[in-house]
Design a protein around this ligand. Structure first.
Ligand code: ADP
Ligand code: MG
Length: 760
């Protein structure tokens, strides 16, 4: 943009007869220094905000707007108001800066006279000497604070101040010069001021950024639009050119939302295209197994026999989920499915059905869990569920033999491990349950048919891929197993569409019948806390057990362990005297942990005081009370998980959240848990409280592209973007006819990802 020569877009993929339109890819190649007055220092200030190119600048969106048409005028101010006023500085009085930093120096005082062309106001800043420089005569700023009266005149003391137009700014946007209006001399109506995110370090004002954006927009001209016009019309999305204008220099506040919606759609479309393309590439490469889901002789399948033998009837949500899995397994494409379901919804049985289908066809199954405790529990539980189940085996006299399940963790002894490795390699083991130990190189399968990952959020994407790769084997001759990942930490549907968009999704939205919701109380005072200990004593008295979860300690497992030890001793001598109190924390030796869990499970211990190691999946049906100390230190999802450890046998259970915190966030979180035991409802609350950043954080590679899109309020837009992405990729799997979209995607995903998405 430095010269008109650089300015012209390459005309190659422009239709003839249309003016040259600006592509984002071009703007990404222009450094901000092409703009007027941007030298090294301003460039480095912009760099502090992550703005390096003109594209970065144009996607640095205002965080809010000040509507100059709806300000209180100075003449209307009344003492005692908390007011926001827009005014220009007309006089600055600041004491001369003194050299020394003498101790007894009087506090510095900067006093401003400001005017809106009609009235006047005095603004005083104490101990903020830099205000004199920030707000020189001529600067236009927004002041927010209480209005007081001093010697008969109104004034604001130490208000917050936001400079909207610097003093040296030529008023070239005003009047007729710009069709978007400017700052009239009298009053400040008729204009909306964008307020840009700034950083402490960068010596920039919102006004300065706004000016640079104006220049960039003026010089960029019309934008090329990658979204097909038919889609834009159908979804009521405006074109990109007015959208950039509307977000950065709206003529009225009403222009902002349609602009935001369009640009948010672009963000979501890029994200969904990346996910849909990723999925499509995986499928192209896939070498899946077409599992046999029905028997030609009409006799019952292994799964049918398994379900018939269960001590309970499946819920209809479980039946639906299994049907979906059967569809996936029968298809030649490998399954990539996420199974979401609240704590206790019965995901294990559903996963087991998928594993059994693979096994019946002569393949093997693997179930990976994040902790040893959980893997052991799964192995025991599954062992019980499949007891007596026979699988076809032509090498035996009867043509069938009992199903063989085995456990493999880092605790497995070397001798035993060798045997298991051999059994997996030669097909002697049908189903292996384990931890990360399953991923070691020495584990090979004869034929891995179905792989299940429990509590998938505890694993990385690479580990998911590593387990899947066990199917192909070292020689790459095998097939891709069908993959099911499970989570008991529900995330809202739209968030899931964004975070897990490369997976299919099934939700078990129903708990087995007869489950009573866990009665949850937020105990704020010592008196309310006493109710928690009394409930434990009472429940232990009738043969139940209780968990006490110690405060979350950041950073150090050692300190967490120490605090659990102290707490266990304190309780054993105090509130829980006379009860058998045990201890469980991450610093204990594995054998001791196991012993503690066993003692608690069998009832030799009444109370287990622990760190959050019990968070995931621990199953002790007789536990009926959970006390969580310093509950405000935990997130909603974690508290919900912890609470899921009690009330697993259908009897009434209690959860006490101890916290004296009075912060509004604690209040919101803890009352949400008191009110609801539905993980999906809580997930929505969580998203609302924490914003999408935390959900997306872990998954987003490279540039974080969601700046304007809001997962909660833009639900429909997320779904629209998904549909458009699917339609585009469905019709044109490599987007050959959409070079503009491809170029933009390359801008927003990292190089490795782009390489993968666009390889041909
Ligand atoms: P989660 O979804 O939390 O992993 P589990 O699979 O561990 O839940 O199941 C929780 C408990 O509920 C287990 O003891 C399981 O045997 C039992 N269960 C599963 N499905 C049903 C059902 N349909 N009816 C009754 N109990 C069930
Ligand atoms: Mg589970």
């Amino acid at each position: 943009m430095a010269s008109e020569g650089n300015d012209a877009a390459s005309p190659t993929d422009q239709p003839p007869g249309r003016p040259v339109e600006r592509r984002l890819g071009q703007l990404a190649e222009l450094p901000v220094t092409v703009l007027h007055g941007v030298g090294d220092r301003v460039a480095s200030d912009l760099g502090e905000l992550g703005i390096v190119t003109v594209l970065d600048l144009l996607t640095h969106y205002p965080r809010r707007y000040v509507d100059g048409t709806r300000m209180v005028t100075l003449g209307e101010l009344v003492e005692g108001d908390k007011a926001t006023v827009l005014a220009r500085v007309s006089r600055v009085t600041a004491p001369p800066s003194r050299g020394g930093r003498g101790r007894g120096r009087a506090p510095s005082r900067v006093s401003l006279q400001v005017t809106d062309g009609r009235g006047h106001l005095t603004v005083v800043f104490f101990n903020q000497p830099w205000r004199a420089k920030q707000l020189p005569v001529g600067a236009l700023a927004l002041f927010f604070g209480p209005v007081a009266s001093y010697r008969g005149a109104l004034q604001m003391v130490n208000p917050t101040a936001e400079v909207l137009q610097s003093a040296d700014e030529p008023n070239r946007e005003s009047g007729e010069a710009s069709p978007r209006g400017g700052v009239p001399e009298e009053g400040f109506g008729g204009r909306v001021y964008p307020v840009y995110p700034l950083s402490e370090k960068a010596g920039l004002t919102s006004a300065r950024i706004s000016r640079l954006v104006h220049e960039a927009l003026d010089r960029a001209g019309a934008f090329a639009d990658p979204v097909p016009e038919s889609d834009r019309e159908r979804l009521d999305l405006q074109a990109r050119t007015p959208a950039f204008a509307g977000i950065h220099r709206p003529r009225s506040v009403g222009e902002v939302e349609p602009a935001r919606r369009r640009l948010a759609f672009d963000e979501l479309l890029r994200l969904q295209l990346a996910l849909v393309l990723r999925r499509s590439r995986l499928e192209e490469d896939a070498r899946g197994i077409r599992h046999i889901v029905a028997r030609s002789d009409g006799t019952p399948t292994l799964v049918e026999r398994f379900v018939a033998g269960l001590p309970f009837a499946l819920t209809s949500a479980q039946v639906r989920a299994i049907d979906v899995l059967i569809g996936d397994l029968a298809s030649p494409l490998p399954m990539h499915r996420l199974l979401q379901g609240d704590v206790g919804a019965g995901k294990t049985v559903v996963a087991l059905a998928a594993l059994l289908i693979g096994i019946e066809g002569g393949h093997q199954g693997a179930l990976m869990a994040p902790t040893e405790v959980l893997a052991e529990q799964h192995a025991t539980g599954i062992g019980r569920l499949v007891e007596g189940l026979m699988v076809p085996d032509p090498t035996t006299l009867e043509g069938s033999r009992p199903l063989r399940v085995t456990l493999l963790t880092s605790r497995t002894s070397a001798a035993e491990r060798a045997g298991i490795h051999a059994g997996l390699a030669d097909g002697n083991v049908d189903l292996v349950v384990g931890t990360h130990a399953l991923l070691t190189d020495s584990v090979t399968f004869r034929s891995l048919g179905v792989a299940v990952i429990d509590e998938q959020h505890r694993f990385g994407v690479e580990q998911r891929a590593a387990l899947r790769d066990k199917g192909r084997g070292a020689d790459q001759q095998g097939s891709d197993p069908d993959l099911l990942v499970m989570t008991a930490t529900p995330i809202p549907r739209t968030a899931a569409m964004v975070v897990f968009g490369d997976l299919d999704m099934t939700i078990i939205d129903e708990l087995p019948p007869g489950r009573l919701p866990v009665v949850t109380r937020w105990a704020r005072t010592p008196l309310e806390e006493e109710e928690a200990w009394a409930t434990i004593r009472e429940q232990v008295g009738v043969g139940r057990r209780a968990f006490v979860v110690c405060p979350l300690v950041e950073g150090s497992d050692k300190i967490a362990a120490a605090s659990a030890v102290t707490e266990a001793n304190r309780l054993a001598e105090g509130e829980l005297a006379g009860l058998r109190v045990g201890l469980l924390h991450g610093q204990m030796r594995p054998a001791d942990k196991e012993a503690a869990m066993d003692a608690f499970r069998t009832g030799e211990l009444d109370v287990l005081v622990s760190t959050t190691v019990i968070e995931v999946g621990v199953d002790v049906p007789d536990a009926s009370v959970m006390v969580i100390e310093d509950a405000d230190r935990f997130g909603i999802a974690q508290l919900h998980q912890l609470r899921g450890r009690v009330g697993r046998n259908g009897e009434q259970a209690w959860c006490f959240l101890l916290s004296g915190s009075e912060s509004p966030e604690s209040e919101a979180r803890l009352t949400a848990l008191e009110k609801s035991t539905d993980g999906f409802v809580l997930a929505d609350v969580d998203l609302e409280l924490r914003g999408e950043g935390t959900i997306l954080g872990a998954r987003q590679k490279g540039r974080s592209d969601l700046r304007l899109a809001r997962l909660l309020s833009d639900r429909d837009l997320v779904a629209d973007a998904r549909n458009v992405a699917e339609a585009l990729v469905g019709a044109d799997p490599h987007l050959t006819h959409h070079p503009l979209l491809v170029e933009e995607l390359r801008l927003f995903v990292d190089d490795d990802e782009a390489e993968f998405l666009f390889k041909s």
